[in-house]
Design a protein around this ligand. Sequence first.
Ligand SMILES: C[S@@+](CC[C@H](N)C(=O)[O-])C[C@H]1O[C@@H](n2cnc3c(N)ncnc32)[C@H](O)[C@@H]1O
Length: 395
Amino acid sequence: MGQETITRAVNERYAKAVMTGEEMCCPTGYDHEDLQAFIPQAVLKVSYGCGTPVGLSTVQPGETVLDIGSGGGIDCFEASRRVGQTGRVIGIDMTDEMLALARTHAPTVAANLGYAASNVEFRKGQADAIPVEDGSVDLIVSNCVINLAPDKSNVFREMFRVVKPGGRFTISDIVADQPIPHYLLEDREKWGDCLSGALQWGAYWGNLRTAGFLGLHQVHMLPWRVIDGIHFLSVTLTGYKLPPHPPASTLRFATLQGPFRRVVDERGNEYIRGNPVSIESSTSHLLKSAPYTNHFVLSESPVTLTKEDSRWSAVFPDEAACIWEGHFALLTGPFLEVEDDDSHVFRCGDSHEICSKTLKVLRSKLYSSHFAIINRAQETISPQPGSCDVSGGCC
Ligand SMILES: C[S@@+](CC[C@H](N)C(=O)[O-])C[C@H]1O[C@@H](n2cnc3c(N)ncnc32)[C@H](O)[C@@H]1O
């Protein structure tokens, strides 16, 4: 299907949804009671997101927030509350009916918030040609929209163009664990259902990185649907546009604390747990951002960590046989590559079959935020202990 056909199908689908108020898409994490206090029911009814707009929890008063695919305006109105009267919110959407609904209710929301005038503006536009000036936005949010855009690379390039140096994005979207086959790519209905346009995990991450974003990492993940063995996941992810020339840093060394034995950051620097590595100012700036910062000691002179140091961390597998139960792990950033204490190497975006012992390691508190874990076993299985070394080594 050509790009124009996809855009028309999606446009018609959402224009119809506004009229019928049908229920669509995926679980979100809103506190509806809280939102009802200032957002009209007509807006809440057409909430078609697929995640918790956690990005909004980082909003500071006075900031400028852009919502790509703002729909009925739910996230814009919540952003309006958080940025306060001195802040500004821009919602863009390509569907006239959605824009009309959002614009109708903007004055009511402003009055409910006690604002003299609305600080939200809804503009008509496409996600791959965002009608916003270069470098003017502090935070980009988007809730279940980018999968609907036929050309994601252009969307990510546009996001990078409009965000300020030092700005960030937090988006919720649908991704898949496998490439989408042609019979789904050619299905107009399933495009509108947020399925056919889902990118594979690695491609999504890769395109964001190519656009220039760094510090890419998953904030939240929910398995959503399985169709013909393809797992569709609702993910919320964050990334940063770092300033091109950050101020010089005196922190010239980084020592990996763990829990990984070895990692590679997004600039290609490799770190072995406990050993100091000399870093440039730009890398120091990157490693100060969350969640990198939780894994490193940054210092002015080299710091070596030993196992006895309280900052050293590791998670070892049980001394037991491996049992294969259909689990696969995907590294979700921000590292390009990590290695655990059993020599398993995980690369960002690749899925890796894991046994019960590794599953336990990756689900531990120190590891879990870096991985998405799915189970591909479709039928009832009879797992048997496998051939791992019971002294603790693993597959
Ligand atoms: C699934 S709804 C989500 C709406 C809103 N973010 C929410 O959470 O309720 C998708 C919205 O994105 C808009 N949309 C889809 N593709 C778009 C594109 N390429 N450019 C701009 N808007 C788009 C649709 O018109 C629709 O309002």
